[in-house]
Design a protein. Sequence first.
Length: 405
Amino acid sequence: MNTAIHTTDAPGSSAPHAPAWVRTWGASPQAPDNSVSSLEPFADATLRQLVRISGGGRRLRIRLSNEYGTAPLTVGAARVALAADREGAIQDGSSKAVTFSGQPTITVPTGAPALSDPVDLAVDDSAQLAISLYLPGRVDAATCHGTFGTLGWLTPGNTTEHAALPGDATPLAAQALLTAVEVEPETPTRAIAVLGDSRVDGIGSTPGTDRRWTDLLAARLHTHNSPTRCVVSQGIGGNRLLTHGIGTAALARFDRDILATPGLAHVVIAVGNDLVFSYAPRTEENAAFLAMFPGEPVGVDDIIAAHLQAAARAHAHGAKVYAATIAPYGDSDMYSPEGDKAREQINTWIRTSGAFDAVLDFDAVWRDPADPSRIRDDLHMGDNLHGNDAGYAALAQSIDLTLFD
């Protein structure tokens, strides 16, 4: 099923130049106090986290973040390896030390990110990495990614060189400190950066199995033999375009999370929460949840203007821009007839405005033919709002891969 609608080319988008480094995985940083989940303070501990990259390369480097920390962050040791399984073990002979500015340790200033030196570890497309960080000091506020879809563990002491997790390892409640992996590819490679909310972050898919639609799109692109092989999900559950709440507002984080992506060639805009929360019924049952989303409600014109801003900024950066229509949410706790009418108005504008290089019509993929305000029962997780594994697979399958040639 191909639901992409072609329009115009972005300026500069046909340039053949491919940069030396390309982002292959990402997780948008969040403050611990405005994420769905975060970590308790810890000290003298190792974090081991598994991440599934989208495109491979002959070398890699990692990006850490202390952007929402409250004190300088000291990393006492770091290693990266190929994961042997989903239990935190690593493949024999694959573990490599990670250095920063030639040193095995680094202190990251409060509010700053840190980029590692290149690591001589060749990785294939869709490889799963195990990244271990030893934090010798106390960490009270770890910059995190709170809608946690990957696997990670906390262990006492420095266990970065252990091949398997010790018995006292405990699961992490959130992704911590790690925000990107970049590769130096063997052949010219480009990246797609996806700006989104919980439906981009894969809420409702099986945790720890990499079944978000962005993961599945990357797998399809590999079989298509596209020069665009890297898909970077920058979705935050509960995120909005215009207003802070759960995560920094998408337009405010756009330069950091999207435009600063090494190898960027394509941007996908897929944020619908401004609409959902603005029109949600203010019931007693919804009150506590909606309290996490401060600010005045916004209307159709505000959301259109936000899309135009994101498109203009991405086009100015030389990237092609695709917008996703807002999928149905009828019968969910957030649904109202007024909100559904606004959703239809926005979707009509997305499809017909010509503001984007193409449209990904996710509404058409998910809607129930018997009731277009609802997601098909076989495609949502049970809340009538988020997809399940089949739902995200349907989105990935609907996308025209030639958009990324």
